[in-house]
Write a protein that binds this ligand. Sequence first.
Ligand SMILES: Cc1ncc(COP(=O)(O)O)c(C=O)c1O
Length: 421
Amino acid sequence: MPAYPSPLAWIGDLLTSVFNVNAAMWNNSSGPSVVENTLLRWLAEQAGLPPSTAGCFVSGGSMANMTAVVMARDNMLPQNRRSDGVVYISDQTHMSLAKGLHMAGFCDYQIRTLPTDQNFRFDLESLSQAILTDKASGLLPFLIVGSCGTTNTGSIDPLHGLADLAEKHSMWLHVDGAYGASISLSKTNRYLADGLGRADSVSWDAHKWLFQTIGSGILLARDGRKLEKSFSMEADYIRTTRAPDGSTSFYNVSPELSRPSRAMSLWFTLKVLGHDRIGQMIDQGVILASTAEHELRRLGDWEIVSPATLSVVVFRYSPFGLVIDEKELDAMNVAISKRLIAENIAAIFTTKLRGCTVLRLCVINPLVQQENVRRIIQQMHRIAQKELALRPGLMESLISPIYLRPESLTTATAQPIAQQE
Ligand SMILES: Cc1ncc(COP(=O)(O)O)c(C=O)c1O
Protein backbone atom coordinates (compact mmCIF):
# COMPACT_ATOMS: atom_id res chain seq x y z
CA MET A 1 0.00 0.00 0.00
CA PRO A 2 1.91 3.01 -1.21
CA ALA A 3 0.68 5.43 1.41
CA TYR A 4 0.89 9.18 1.36
CA PRO A 5 1.62 10.76 4.76
CA SER A 6 0.01 14.15 5.21
CA PRO A 7 2.36 16.99 6.22
CA LEU A 8 0.06 17.34 9.22
CA ALA A 9 1.15 13.85 10.29
CA TRP A 10 4.79 15.01 10.09
CA ILE A 11 4.03 17.84 12.51
CA GLY A 12 2.13 15.50 14.82
CA ASP A 13 5.10 13.12 14.75
CA LEU A 14 7.59 15.85 15.41
CA LEU A 15 5.70 17.09 18.47
CA THR A 16 5.27 13.55 19.76
CA SER A 17 9.00 12.91 19.43
CA VAL A 18 9.99 16.24 20.95
CA PHE A 19 7.90 15.67 24.07
CA ASN A 20 8.84 11.96 24.08
CA VAL A 21 5.69 10.99 25.93
CA ASN A 22 5.46 7.43 27.19
CA ALA A 23 1.84 6.51 26.54
CA ALA A 24 2.02 3.36 28.66
CA MET A 25 0.48 4.80 31.79
CA TRP A 26 -2.15 7.37 32.48
CA ASN A 27 -0.03 9.37 34.93
CA ASN A 28 2.80 9.64 32.39
CA SER A 29 0.52 10.65 29.60
CA SER A 30 -2.82 11.91 30.86
CA GLY A 31 -3.46 14.20 27.87
CA PRO A 32 -2.30 11.77 25.16
CA SER A 33 -4.23 8.94 26.87
CA VAL A 34 -7.44 10.97 26.74
CA VAL A 35 -6.75 11.78 23.09
CA GLU A 36 -6.09 8.11 22.28
CA ASN A 37 -9.26 6.93 24.06
CA THR A 38 -11.39 9.65 22.48
CA LEU A 39 -10.03 8.93 19.01
CA LEU A 40 -10.48 5.17 19.40
CA ARG A 41 -14.11 5.66 20.44
CA TRP A 42 -14.73 7.94 17.49
CA LEU A 43 -13.14 5.51 15.03
CA ALA A 44 -15.15 2.66 16.55
CA GLU A 45 -18.35 4.64 16.08
CA GLN A 46 -17.48 5.29 12.43
CA ALA A 47 -16.91 1.56 11.91
CA GLY A 48 -20.33 0.84 13.46
CA LEU A 49 -18.93 -0.70 16.66
CA PRO A 50 -20.82 -0.19 19.95
CA PRO A 51 -19.81 2.11 22.87
CA SER A 52 -18.38 -0.91 24.74
CA THR A 53 -15.49 -0.88 22.22
CA ALA A 54 -11.95 -0.19 23.43
CA GLY A 55 -8.65 -0.48 21.66
CA CYS A 56 -5.09 0.60 21.33
CA PHE A 57 -2.68 2.00 18.80
CA VAL A 58 0.05 -0.42 17.79
CA SER A 59 2.86 -0.27 15.23
CA GLY A 60 0.81 -1.51 12.26
CA GLY A 61 -1.62 -3.99 10.80
CA SER A 62 0.55 -7.03 11.58
CA MET A 63 0.70 -6.19 15.26
CA ALA A 64 -3.02 -5.35 15.34
CA ASN A 65 -3.80 -8.73 13.77
CA MET A 66 -1.58 -10.55 16.23
CA THR A 67 -3.17 -8.71 19.15
CA ALA A 68 -6.61 -9.79 17.90
CA VAL A 69 -5.49 -13.42 17.57
CA VAL A 70 -4.22 -13.44 21.16
CA MET A 71 -7.47 -11.90 22.36
CA ALA A 72 -9.60 -14.43 20.46
CA ARG A 73 -7.47 -17.31 21.79
CA ASP A 74 -7.72 -16.16 25.42
CA ASN A 75 -11.42 -15.44 25.29
CA MET A 76 -12.61 -18.41 23.24
CA LEU A 77 -10.38 -21.40 24.04
CA PRO A 78 -9.89 -23.15 27.37
CA GLN A 79 -6.14 -23.13 28.11
CA ASN A 80 -5.91 -26.91 28.16
CA ARG A 81 -7.55 -27.22 24.72
CA ARG A 82 -5.60 -24.67 22.73
CA SER A 83 -4.22 -27.40 20.50
CA ASP A 84 -7.78 -28.28 19.38
CA GLY A 85 -8.62 -24.72 18.28
CA VAL A 86 -9.23 -24.15 14.56
CA VAL A 87 -8.97 -20.85 12.68
CA TYR A 88 -10.51 -20.04 9.28
CA ILE A 89 -8.83 -17.66 6.85
CA SER A 90 -9.24 -17.26 3.08
CA ASP A 91 -6.70 -17.63 0.29
CA GLN A 92 -6.66 -13.81 0.15
CA THR A 93 -6.10 -13.18 3.88
CA HIS A 94 -2.98 -11.11 4.55
CA MET A 95 0.10 -13.14 5.52
CA SER A 96 0.36 -11.27 8.84
CA LEU A 97 -2.51 -13.38 10.13
CA ALA A 98 -0.62 -16.64 9.59
CA LYS A 99 2.40 -15.02 11.21
CA GLY A 100 0.33 -13.79 14.17
CA LEU A 101 -1.22 -17.22 14.58
CA HIS A 102 2.22 -18.83 14.70
CA MET A 103 3.44 -16.25 17.18
CA ALA A 104 0.39 -16.98 19.33
CA GLY A 105 1.31 -20.67 19.40
CA PHE A 106 -0.92 -22.15 16.70
CA CYS A 107 0.35 -24.83 14.32
CA ASP A 108 -0.28 -25.15 10.59
CA TYR A 109 -2.73 -28.02 11.13
CA GLN A 110 -4.99 -25.61 13.05
CA ILE A 111 -5.32 -23.14 10.18
CA ARG A 112 -7.86 -23.73 7.38
CA THR A 113 -7.16 -21.64 4.29
CA LEU A 114 -10.40 -21.63 2.33
CA PRO A 115 -11.02 -20.71 -1.31
CA THR A 116 -12.50 -17.39 -2.34
CA ASP A 117 -15.32 -16.81 -4.82
CA GLN A 118 -15.00 -15.24 -8.28
CA ASN A 119 -14.65 -11.80 -6.70
CA PHE A 120 -11.88 -12.97 -4.35
CA ARG A 121 -14.22 -12.88 -1.32
CA PHE A 122 -14.62 -15.52 1.37
CA ASP A 123 -16.85 -18.33 0.11
CA LEU A 124 -19.47 -18.72 2.85
CA GLU A 125 -20.59 -22.19 1.78
CA SER A 126 -17.05 -23.64 2.02
CA LEU A 127 -16.58 -21.90 5.35
CA SER A 128 -19.80 -23.26 6.78
CA GLN A 129 -18.93 -26.80 5.62
CA ALA A 130 -15.41 -26.60 7.04
CA ILE A 131 -16.70 -25.49 10.45
CA LEU A 132 -19.25 -28.32 10.56
CA THR A 133 -16.63 -30.89 9.56
CA ASP A 134 -14.22 -29.73 12.24
CA LYS A 135 -16.93 -29.66 14.89
CA ALA A 136 -17.94 -33.20 13.96
CA SER A 137 -14.30 -34.25 14.48
CA GLY A 138 -14.35 -32.92 18.02
CA LEU A 139 -12.22 -29.87 17.24
CA LEU A 140 -12.92 -26.33 18.46
CA PRO A 141 -13.54 -23.86 15.63
CA PHE A 142 -13.06 -20.53 17.43
CA LEU A 143 -11.90 -17.81 15.03
CA ILE A 144 -12.98 -16.56 11.59
CA VAL A 145 -10.77 -13.91 9.99
CA GLY A 146 -12.48 -11.73 7.40
CA SER A 147 -10.95 -8.93 5.37
CA CYS A 148 -12.28 -5.47 4.75
CA GLY A 149 -10.06 -4.71 1.77
CA THR A 150 -7.67 -7.49 0.77
CA THR A 151 -4.18 -6.49 -0.28
CA ASN A 152 -4.32 -8.17 -3.68
CA THR A 153 -7.68 -6.96 -4.97
CA GLY A 154 -9.26 -4.68 -2.35
CA SER A 155 -12.09 -7.19 -1.97
CA ILE A 156 -14.35 -6.92 1.04
CA ASP A 157 -15.54 -10.24 2.40
CA PRO A 158 -19.30 -10.73 2.98
CA LEU A 159 -19.09 -9.27 6.47
CA HIS A 160 -22.71 -9.91 7.47
CA GLY A 161 -22.45 -13.50 6.26
CA LEU A 162 -19.26 -14.03 8.28
CA ALA A 163 -20.84 -12.42 11.36
CA ASP A 164 -23.92 -14.67 11.00
CA LEU A 165 -21.71 -17.77 10.89
CA ALA A 166 -19.62 -16.58 13.83
CA GLU A 167 -22.78 -15.99 15.85
CA LYS A 168 -24.30 -19.31 14.87
CA HIS A 169 -21.21 -21.25 15.96
CA SER A 170 -20.27 -18.99 18.92
CA MET A 171 -16.97 -18.01 17.30
CA TRP A 172 -14.86 -14.86 17.29
CA LEU A 173 -14.95 -12.72 14.14
CA HIS A 174 -11.86 -10.66 13.49
CA VAL A 175 -11.88 -8.35 10.47
CA ASP A 176 -8.58 -7.23 9.02
CA GLY A 177 -9.36 -3.71 7.87
CA ALA A 178 -5.72 -2.60 7.91
CA TYR A 179 -6.21 -1.17 4.46
CA GLY A 180 -9.96 -0.96 3.86
CA ALA A 181 -11.52 0.04 7.21
CA SER A 182 -10.74 3.67 6.31
CA ILE A 183 -13.61 3.58 3.83
CA SER A 184 -15.84 3.95 6.92
CA LEU A 185 -14.83 7.62 7.00
CA SER A 186 -16.11 8.25 3.47
CA LYS A 187 -19.65 9.56 3.41
CA THR A 188 -20.08 8.35 -0.19
CA ASN A 189 -18.52 4.90 0.03
CA ARG A 190 -18.89 3.82 3.66
CA TYR A 191 -21.74 1.49 2.68
CA LEU A 192 -19.06 -0.80 1.19
CA ALA A 193 -17.93 -1.73 4.72
CA ASP A 194 -21.43 -2.47 5.95
CA GLY A 195 -21.21 -5.18 8.60
CA LEU A 196 -17.78 -4.17 9.86
CA GLY A 197 -19.40 -3.13 13.14
CA ARG A 198 -20.49 -6.71 13.80
CA ALA A 199 -16.90 -7.89 14.25
CA ASP A 200 -15.46 -8.78 17.65
CA SER A 201 -12.23 -7.08 16.67
CA VAL A 202 -11.02 -4.90 13.81
CA SER A 203 -7.51 -3.99 12.61
CA TRP A 204 -7.10 -0.61 10.97
CA ASP A 205 -3.92 1.07 9.75
CA ALA A 206 -3.71 4.83 9.93
CA HIS A 207 -0.41 4.66 8.00
CA LYS A 208 -2.24 3.31 4.97
CA TRP A 209 -5.43 5.15 4.01
CA LEU A 210 -5.53 7.70 6.85
CA PHE A 211 -2.45 9.51 5.64
CA GLN A 212 -0.16 8.93 8.63
CA THR A 213 3.54 8.12 8.74
CA ILE A 214 4.55 4.51 9.25
CA GLY A 215 4.07 3.08 12.70
CA SER A 216 0.40 3.86 13.15
CA GLY A 217 -1.87 0.84 13.46
CA ILE A 218 -5.09 0.43 15.41
CA LEU A 219 -6.80 -2.48 17.07
CA LEU A 220 -10.45 -2.12 18.11
CA ALA A 221 -12.13 -4.66 20.38
CA ARG A 222 -15.91 -4.75 20.59
CA ASP A 223 -15.73 -5.57 24.31
CA GLY A 224 -12.86 -3.71 25.93
CA ARG A 225 -12.87 -6.08 28.92
CA LYS A 226 -11.74 -8.87 26.63
CA LEU A 227 -8.70 -6.86 25.66
CA GLU A 228 -7.86 -6.48 29.34
CA LYS A 229 -8.25 -10.21 29.86
CA SER A 230 -5.32 -10.80 27.52
CA PHE A 231 -3.05 -7.90 28.32
CA SER A 232 -3.64 -6.78 31.89
CA MET A 233 -0.62 -7.43 34.13
CA GLU A 234 0.28 -6.32 37.64
CA ALA A 235 3.76 -5.64 39.00
CA ASP A 236 5.08 -4.17 42.23
CA TYR A 237 6.81 -1.34 40.39
CA ILE A 238 3.72 -0.23 38.41
CA ARG A 239 0.60 0.77 40.25
CA THR A 240 -1.16 3.24 37.96
CA THR A 241 -3.54 0.83 36.33
CA ARG A 242 -6.52 3.16 35.98
CA ALA A 243 -7.21 6.79 35.19
CA PRO A 244 -9.58 8.81 37.41
CA ASP A 245 -12.32 8.36 34.80
CA GLY A 246 -12.01 4.57 35.17
CA SER A 247 -10.26 3.97 31.85
CA THR A 248 -7.35 1.55 31.87
CA SER A 249 -3.75 2.53 31.32
CA PHE A 250 -2.75 1.48 27.84
CA TYR A 251 -0.13 -1.01 28.97
CA ASN A 252 -3.05 -3.10 30.26
CA VAL A 253 -4.89 -3.22 26.94
CA SER A 254 -1.99 -3.56 24.52
CA PRO A 255 1.03 -5.83 24.04
CA GLU A 256 3.46 -2.99 24.77
CA LEU A 257 4.59 -1.21 27.93
CA SER A 258 6.67 1.77 26.74
CA ARG A 259 4.94 3.08 23.66
CA PRO A 260 4.84 6.33 21.72
CA SER A 261 1.67 8.36 21.64
CA ARG A 262 0.77 7.24 18.13
CA ALA A 263 -2.73 8.66 18.30
CA MET A 264 -1.56 12.27 18.53
CA SER A 265 -0.70 12.83 14.88
CA LEU A 266 -3.89 11.22 13.57
CA TRP A 267 -5.93 13.27 16.04
CA PHE A 268 -4.10 16.40 14.92
CA THR A 269 -4.64 15.57 11.24
CA LEU A 270 -8.36 14.95 11.79
CA LYS A 271 -8.75 18.12 13.87
CA VAL A 272 -7.18 20.26 11.16
CA LEU A 273 -8.71 18.64 8.08
CA GLY A 274 -12.04 17.50 9.50
CA HIS A 275 -14.05 14.39 8.79
CA ASP A 276 -15.47 15.59 5.45
CA ARG A 277 -12.08 16.43 3.95
CA ILE A 278 -10.50 13.14 5.08
CA GLY A 279 -13.47 11.33 3.55
CA GLN A 280 -12.94 13.12 0.24
CA MET A 281 -9.23 12.28 0.31
CA ILE A 282 -10.16 8.60 0.72
CA ASP A 283 -12.77 8.86 -2.06
CA GLN A 284 -10.09 10.10 -4.42
CA GLY A 285 -8.41 6.66 -4.25
CA VAL A 286 -11.70 5.01 -5.23
CA ILE A 287 -12.12 7.43 -8.14
CA LEU A 288 -8.57 6.79 -9.36
CA ALA A 289 -9.01 3.01 -9.42
CA SER A 290 -12.16 3.30 -11.56
CA THR A 291 -10.42 5.81 -13.80
CA ALA A 292 -7.63 3.30 -14.36
CA GLU A 293 -10.07 0.49 -15.07
CA HIS A 294 -11.99 2.66 -17.53
CA GLU A 295 -8.82 3.65 -19.36
CA LEU A 296 -7.61 0.04 -19.59
CA ARG A 297 -10.94 -1.06 -21.04
CA ARG A 298 -10.87 1.82 -23.52
CA LEU A 299 -7.39 0.89 -24.76
CA GLY A 300 -8.23 -2.78 -25.14
CA ASP A 301 -5.61 -5.58 -24.98
CA TRP A 302 -5.84 -5.47 -21.18
CA GLU A 303 -7.68 -8.12 -19.25
CA ILE A 304 -9.36 -6.82 -16.11
CA VAL A 305 -8.71 -9.61 -13.66
CA SER A 306 -10.36 -7.85 -10.71
CA PRO A 307 -12.31 -4.65 -11.40
CA ALA A 308 -11.79 -1.48 -9.36
CA THR A 309 -12.57 -2.33 -5.73
CA LEU A 310 -11.83 0.31 -3.10
CA SER A 311 -8.65 1.76 -4.59
CA VAL A 312 -7.29 -1.39 -6.25
CA VAL A 313 -7.60 -2.61 -9.83
CA VAL A 314 -5.87 -5.76 -11.07
CA PHE A 315 -5.20 -6.47 -14.74
CA ARG A 316 -2.74 -7.90 -17.19
CA TYR A 317 -1.59 -7.29 -20.72
CA SER A 318 -3.15 -9.97 -22.85
CA PRO A 319 -3.66 -8.69 -26.40
CA PHE A 320 -6.73 -10.04 -28.10
CA GLY A 321 -5.94 -12.84 -30.53
CA LEU A 322 -2.60 -13.65 -28.95
CA VAL A 323 -1.89 -17.36 -28.73
CA ILE A 324 0.52 -17.54 -25.88
CA ASP A 325 1.73 -19.86 -23.24
CA GLU A 326 0.78 -18.74 -19.69
CA LYS A 327 4.43 -18.57 -18.64
CA GLU A 328 5.25 -16.20 -21.50
CA LEU A 329 2.28 -14.01 -20.61
CA ASP A 330 3.47 -13.89 -16.99
CA ALA A 331 7.00 -12.99 -18.10
CA MET A 332 5.72 -10.21 -20.35
CA ASN A 333 3.70 -8.66 -17.52
CA VAL A 334 6.68 -8.85 -15.18
CA ALA A 335 8.76 -7.12 -17.87
CA ILE A 336 6.13 -4.35 -18.18
CA SER A 337 6.21 -3.72 -14.43
CA LYS A 338 10.03 -3.62 -14.40
CA ARG A 339 10.18 -1.25 -17.33
CA LEU A 340 7.66 1.11 -15.69
CA ILE A 341 9.94 1.35 -12.70
CA ALA A 342 13.17 1.57 -14.72
CA GLU A 343 11.73 4.42 -16.77
CA ASN A 344 10.52 6.12 -13.58
CA ILE A 345 6.89 6.19 -14.71
CA ALA A 346 5.05 4.38 -11.95
CA ALA A 347 5.32 1.58 -9.42
CA ILE A 348 2.75 -0.88 -10.69
CA PHE A 349 3.94 -4.15 -9.23
CA THR A 350 2.97 -7.70 -10.00
CA THR A 351 1.14 -10.10 -7.75
CA LYS A 352 -0.31 -13.55 -8.27
CA LEU A 353 -3.99 -14.41 -8.54
CA ARG A 354 -5.11 -18.00 -9.04
CA GLY A 355 -1.53 -18.79 -10.01
CA CYS A 356 -1.25 -16.15 -12.78
CA THR A 357 1.03 -13.14 -12.68
CA VAL A 358 -0.99 -9.93 -12.84
CA LEU A 359 -0.41 -6.20 -12.44
CA ARG A 360 -1.90 -4.35 -9.50
CA LEU A 361 -2.55 -0.62 -9.34
CA CYS A 362 -3.39 1.05 -6.05
CA VAL A 363 -3.18 4.83 -5.68
CA ILE A 364 -4.16 6.24 -2.30
CA ASN A 365 -2.35 9.52 -2.65
CA PRO A 366 -5.09 12.18 -2.85
CA LEU A 367 -2.76 14.57 -4.69
CA VAL A 368 -2.85 12.30 -7.73
CA GLN A 369 -5.42 13.39 -10.29
CA GLN A 370 -7.44 11.34 -12.78
CA GLU A 371 -5.43 12.80 -15.64
CA ASN A 372 -2.18 11.53 -14.05
CA VAL A 373 -3.57 8.01 -13.89
CA ARG A 374 -4.82 8.13 -17.50
CA ARG A 375 -1.39 9.25 -18.65
CA ILE A 376 0.35 6.48 -16.69
CA ILE A 377 -1.95 3.86 -18.21
CA GLN A 378 -1.26 5.22 -21.70
CA GLN A 379 2.49 5.12 -21.08
CA MET A 380 2.14 1.59 -19.78
CA HIS A 381 0.23 0.66 -22.92
CA ARG A 382 3.09 1.91 -25.08
CA ILE A 383 5.59 0.00 -22.96
CA ALA A 384 3.49 -3.15 -23.30
CA GLN A 385 3.40 -2.78 -27.08
CA LYS A 386 7.19 -2.40 -27.10
CA GLU A 387 7.55 -5.53 -24.94
CA LEU A 388 5.36 -7.41 -27.39
CA ALA A 389 7.42 -6.17 -30.32
CA LEU A 390 10.52 -7.58 -28.61
CA ARG A 391 8.93 -11.02 -28.98
CA PRO A 392 8.55 -11.44 -32.77
CA GLY A 393 7.25 -15.00 -32.42
CA LEU A 394 4.29 -13.73 -30.45
CA MET A 395 3.56 -10.88 -32.84
CA GLU A 396 3.04 -13.40 -35.64
CA SER A 397 0.55 -15.35 -33.58
CA LEU A 398 -1.60 -12.22 -33.28
CA ILE A 399 -3.10 -12.91 -36.68
CA SER A 400 -4.55 -16.13 -35.33
CA PRO A 401 -8.27 -15.93 -34.50
CA ILE A 402 -7.80 -18.33 -31.60
CA TYR A 403 -7.94 -16.70 -28.23
CA LEU A 404 -6.77 -18.79 -25.33
CA ARG A 405 -7.52 -17.80 -21.79
CA PRO A 406 -6.93 -20.03 -18.78
CA GLU A 407 -10.13 -21.24 -17.09
CA SER A 408 -8.77 -20.14 -13.72
CA LEU A 409 -9.07 -16.47 -14.57
CA THR A 410 -12.20 -16.63 -16.72
CA THR A 411 -14.67 -15.44 -14.13
CA ALA A 412 -17.78 -13.32 -14.30
CA THR A 413 -15.72 -10.29 -13.45
CA ALA A 414 -12.76 -11.10 -15.66
CA GLN A 415 -14.00 -11.58 -19.18
CA PRO A 416 -11.87 -10.88 -22.25
CA ILE A 417 -12.23 -7.21 -23.10
CA ALA A 418 -13.97 -7.86 -26.40
CA GLN A 419 -16.73 -9.86 -24.74
CA GLN A 420 -17.37 -7.18 -22.15
CA GLU A 421 -17.84 -4.59 -24.81
C1 LIG B 1 -4.90 -6.20 4.49
C2 LIG B 1 -3.61 -6.00 5.22
N1 LIG B 1 -3.48 -6.47 6.45
C3 LIG B 1 -2.35 -6.33 7.16
C4 LIG B 1 -1.27 -5.68 6.62
C5 LIG B 1 0.00 -5.54 7.43
O1 LIG B 1 0.11 -4.23 7.84
P1 LIG B 1 1.50 -3.64 8.35
O2 LIG B 1 2.40 -3.60 7.18
O3 LIG B 1 1.11 -2.29 8.86
O4 LIG B 1 2.01 -4.53 9.43
C6 LIG B 1 -1.34 -5.17 5.32
C7 LIG B 1 -0.20 -4.49 4.70
O5 LIG B 1 -0.19 -4.10 3.57
C8 LIG B 1 -2.55 -5.32 4.60
O6 LIG B 1 -2.68 -4.84 3.36
